[in-house]
Design a protein around this ligand. Structure first.
Ligand code: MN
Length: 242
């Protein structure tokens, strides 16, 4: 996509994603998709919004340190390398746009673009302190979509437990404003045009062994059960929008 400063500014102001790229049509976005209200995620690793021990006892400090400073840092670095190799101008193409067209890029871009995005989201999906519950419109939408909050938790937990190998579990807002649960392999995510279930990821759970093995070893189900205590529902609510 050619860079057009006025189009970019327009998209930023309206949060509308257009497919019209032809001359003269560039200011007339015709498609509003589920990702349109995404707060944009950059290409660089951001500072962790809390310290390594903030999520204890549910996720231990050493796991957080290795996960953030080694695994996630490597995705960010490898993404940067892939962008250089594939001539992506990261000042002009958002990471979300890139992921939505990921089938045009290499497996390295897919693995590390997803890896970086997913972890940046994951850190913010968690917080220490007292466990909370969703409320307001999000709580209403969850009840409407899944029957109850408990039923939602059960279904999300199953998606995480049943993912074979490494991957993620997601709460996704689809383009027709429905809430659905999905799971992706490796570092794929629902933004990607190759995803089985596409939409805006509201909440993501990392179920790679590196996310829990030190404390939980093979007990992925225990990790997931404990993880509910540290979900940052305020953050999820902020992402949830019409
Ligand atoms: Mn991870």
């Amino acid at each position: 996509m050619k860079y057009n400063p006025s189009r970019r500014a327009f998209l930023k102001d309206t949060g509308t994603v257009g497919i019209a790229t032809g001359i003269g049509l560039s200011l007339l976005p015709t498609v509003t998709n589920a990702a349109s209200k995404l707060p944009l995620t950059g290409y660089l690793q951001q500072k962790l919004p809390y310290d390594y021990k903030a999520l204890e006892p549910f996720i231990d400090a050493l796991t957080m340190e290795i996960h953030y400073s080694k695994h996630a840092a490597a995705y960010a670095k490898n993404l940067s390398d892939a962008c250089t190799a594939e001539k992506i101008d990261t000042s002009k193409i958002s990471l979300e746009d890139l992921l939505q067209n990921i089938s045009n890029y290499s497996p390295k871009m897919r693995n590390n673009g997803g890896g970086h995005y997913n972890h940046e989201l994951f850190w913010q999906c968690m917080k220490g302190g007292i466990a909370t519950m969703p409320n307001g419109e999000l709580a209403h939408a969850i009840t409407k979509s899944f029957g109850s909050f408990e039923a939602f938790k059960t279904q999300f937990t199953e998606a995480g437990k049943n993912r074979f190998g490494s991957g993620w579990a997601w709460l996704v807002q689809t383009s027709d404003q429905k809430l659905v649960i999905s799971s992706t392999p490796n570092q794929d995510n629902p933004l990607m045009n190759i995803a089985e279930v596409k939409g805006k990821p509201l909440l993501g759970l990392d179920i790679w062994e590196h996310a829990y093995y030190l404390k939980y070893q093979n007990k992925r189900a225990d990790y997931i059960a404990n993880w509910w205590n540290i979900v940052n529902w305020n953050f999820v609510e902020e992402r949830f929008g019409k």
